[in-house]
Design a protein around this ligand. Structure first.
Ligand SMILES: *Cc1c(COP(=O)(O)O)cnc(C)c1O
Length: 398
């Protein structure tokens, strides 16, 4: 069990007792960091200003190495299989663009895949003469395993599997997809951007070939951070699409040698303060006990999913047989952006997911947008009730 009083005390946003506490339900967008993350970053920025960025970074080599160790602990991976970056999309693309494609090859994407992934797949398919096909969803809205199996053949080179989509509470089955894909010799790249920090991730149990995630969402790290996990034997054999003097070494006038682990997918320059902040965020999660956090997120989302449908005019839009911490809904007669803005007037933060972010799924369901509430473990029942009351007021005025 988590101590919510302590969790709240750790959050700078709740530090001022003279301010009414905001209701924050956007951890699927960009969450509230714990104080250790903010302090770590500010301290490092000050140090850079005092002694220059190189010396400041050299003083923190152990902490920088610990970033990957902590991420490895969280997802059950060897730190050598982790490459840090500035976003989930960057990490996803770093892997995806390095998978060789030939004319006639097929790329399968999830029915609720993220726009950035789909766009990259379309671009590469166009350049390589490959094709992009979407995996059908079953009645629950998750990947249709039987249909997926029927789609597979030796021309499928890569499966883009979104673990939790950006626009709702669905959780896709990973193990079954990986097993079928591997039987057909296809790689599985798991987009864990919305699951990292709210659901258990075990890359060995999943058997995925690669996984990408961001820092700022459920992990509560800084903006401009992300990471890629690459299966060890791929991390030492794949040639990344782009290289620099960190991902490879210039060993002779006409020669270079790739780094011997997943750091071959990294460039040298980075925002060191943000990277240290990400390390602090993952450390904070590990210290709380990830399972405690996951249980609290699930309980908060379940509360909203049970209560929202009681409000006249409100429809919960979550798909899936299993649910995540993202709760999506619409209000009859009120545009999602207006719902968001009216809630913001009451100091309640939610966000809107537009059709363009998950085009296939939203088009199939004829939805142009949904309101997205994503309560983290630090959100109290009182916060949730304030949110529900605010939604009720908005819905009543339609
Ligand atoms: C937010 C999101 C991304 C992209 O993350 P960035 O860090 O913004 O690149 C990818 N996939 C899903 C499912 C997301 O929700």
């Amino acid at each position: 069990m988590l101590d919510q009083t302590r969790l709240r005390a750790d959050i700078p946003a709740y530090a001022d007792p003279s301010r009414p506490t905001p209701v924050f339900l956007d951890s699927a967008g960009s969450s509230l960091p714990p104080r250790s993350v903010l302090d770590t970053m500010i301290t490092h920025l000050h140090r850079e200003a005092e002694v220059g960025g190189y010396r400041a970074a050299n003083e923190r080599l152990a902490d920088l190495a610990a970033v990957k160790t902590s991420i490895g602990e969280l997802i059950n991976a060897d730190p050598a299989g982790i490459a840090l970056s500035d976003s989930a999309s960057r990490s996803w693309a770093d892997f995806f663009y390095s998978v060789p494609l030939a004319p006639g090859d097929r790329i399968l994407i999830s029915g609720s895949d993220y726009a950035s992934n789909a766009i990259a797949a379309l671009q590469r398919a166009r350049a390589a003469g490959a094709v992009v096909e979407s995996i059908p969803s079953d009645e629950s809205g998750q990947i249709d395993i039987a249909a997926f199996g029927a789609l597979l053949d030796e021309r499928v080179k890569l499966v883009s599997l979104v673990h939790v989509p950006t626009n709702g509470g669905l959780v896709n089955p990973v193990g079954e997809v990986v097993k079928l894909a591997h039987d057909a010799n296809a790689l599985v790249l798991l987009d864990a951007c919305q699951s990292a920090g709210q659901l258990p991730l075990d890359v060995l149990e999943f058997g995925v070939d690669a996984l990408s995630a961001t820092g700022r969402k459920w992990l509560r790290g800084p903006r401009g951070t992300g990471f890629l996990y690459v299966r060890p034997d791929l991390a030492t054999t794949m040639e990344p699409q782009r290289l620099d003097l960190h991902s490879a070494q210039w060993t002779g006038p006409a020669e270079y040698r790739l780094a011997e682990d997943a750091s071959r997918f990294e460039f040298w320059e980075c925002d060191v303060a943000a990277r240290l902040g990400l390390g602090a965020a993952v450390r904070y999660l590990l210290d709380l006990g990830p399972d405690n956090v996951y249980a609290a997120v699930a309980a908060n989302a379940a509360h909203l999913r049970a209560e929202l449908p009681r409000i006249a005019g409100v429809t919960v839009r979550d798909l899936g047989a299993r649910h995540s911490g993202i709760v999506s809904f619409t209000v009859d007669g009120v545009e999602s952006v207006d719902v968001r803005d009216r809630l913001a007037e009451r100091d309640v933060t939610v966000t809107v997911s537009h059709a363009g972010s998950t085009l296939l799924d939203m088009t199939a369901r004829r939805l142009s947008s949904v309101v997205r509430a994503s309560p983290h473990c630090f959100v109290t029942t009182a916060d949730l009730d304030r949110f529900l009351e605010a939604v009720e007021t908005v819905a009543a005025r339609r």
